[in-house]
Design a binder for this molecule. Structure first.
Ligand code: CO
Length: 273
């Protein structure tokens, strides 16, 4: 018979960022709200990007656990009930890497549940679109909003085109989704902008990433000639950049909180086998 006292934790797993300011406003905010929603659980942090973990250690002397380390410490500290919530956007490479790291620990806790990433169910897509449109300033009839997602070689890259489609379906005909490393790429964004009638005077750029980190600051809004901002200016658009990560948006954080609740309810979870 198990006589261990029940001890509960909530591990928030993020890709991570080396940008401290956006880290506090995005990942930090998600963790704070998780702590408020689950006062019976100790909230802990893990990052999945080994590159980010290395930069933080080397440059800032900050150690943040990877998933394996975080779960190992939870065992060492006597936790019996663990909910893991990723802040990843898609069910892609980083999420799969996390799941692979969690599986060996399945039998180490009385209970180990895992919530799903931001864009998983059909409902998630419309919720994210509502959340984003609540947060951006109204787009004028002659303006367009371009969202820069990350993109991936993983097959779930299709999520970005699906999101673009869903924006249009929900009536936002002047919102375009592109990615840095996947499809749709910048080329497709430009094609869509050129098809808009009337032609946009101003293009508003915003990252579709949890943090407004390196990609947002440099690839999207940077002054270099190959940034999205510079390339759009070259094409005659006036460009406005919103350097705000999705994690800064309350309604986006609410989706992660819902995914936590659903995982605890036994819906939409993975890693139970
Ligand atoms: Co990247």
């Amino acid at each position: 018979m198990n006589t261990r006292e029940e001890k509960k934790a909530l591990l928030v797993v993020s890709f991570g960022t080396s940008y401290e300011e956006t880290r506090a406003k995005t990942i930090g905010a998600i963790e704070r709200e998780a702590a408020n929603a689950y006062p019976d659980r100790e909230v802990r942090r893990a990052f999945t990007s080994s590159m980010i973990l290395r930069v933080l250690k080397k440059r800032d002397g900050i150690h943040i656990d990877n998933v394996k380390e975080a779960l190992g410490r939870l065992i060492a500290d006597g936790f019996t009930d663990v909910l893991v919530q990723p802040t990843h956007i898609i069910n892609g490479e980083e999420y799969e890497k996390m799941m692979d790291q969690i599986r060996p620990f399945q039998s180490c806790f009385g209970k180990l549940l895992v919530g799903v990433p931001l864009l998983t169910s059909s409902e998630d897509y419309s919720a994210v679109i509502q959340a984003v449109m609540e947060e951006v300033p109204a787009i004028g009839t002659n303006d367009a909003l371009v969202l820069m997602g990350h993109g991936t070689e993983h097959h779930v890259d299709a999520a970005y085109a699906a999101l673009d489609y869903r924006f249009k379906d929900m009536g936002y005909s002047r919102v375009i989704v592109g990615t840095v490393e996947g499809y749709p790429a910048f080329e497709q964004v430009v094609k869509q902008l050129e098809m808009l009638d009337p032609r946009p005077e101003t293009v508003v750029l915003m990252p579709f990433m949890i943090v407004a980190g390196d990609h947002a600051v440099n690839d999207m809004a940077g002054e270099e000639e190959d940034s999205w901002k510079s390339c759009l200016k070259d094409r005659g658009y006036s460009v406005k950049c919103i350097l705000k990560g999705l994690g800064e948006m309350e309604a986006v954080r609410a989706i992660f909180l819902r995914h936590m609740a659903e995982a605890l309810d036994g819906e939409m979870t993975d890693a139970q086998g």
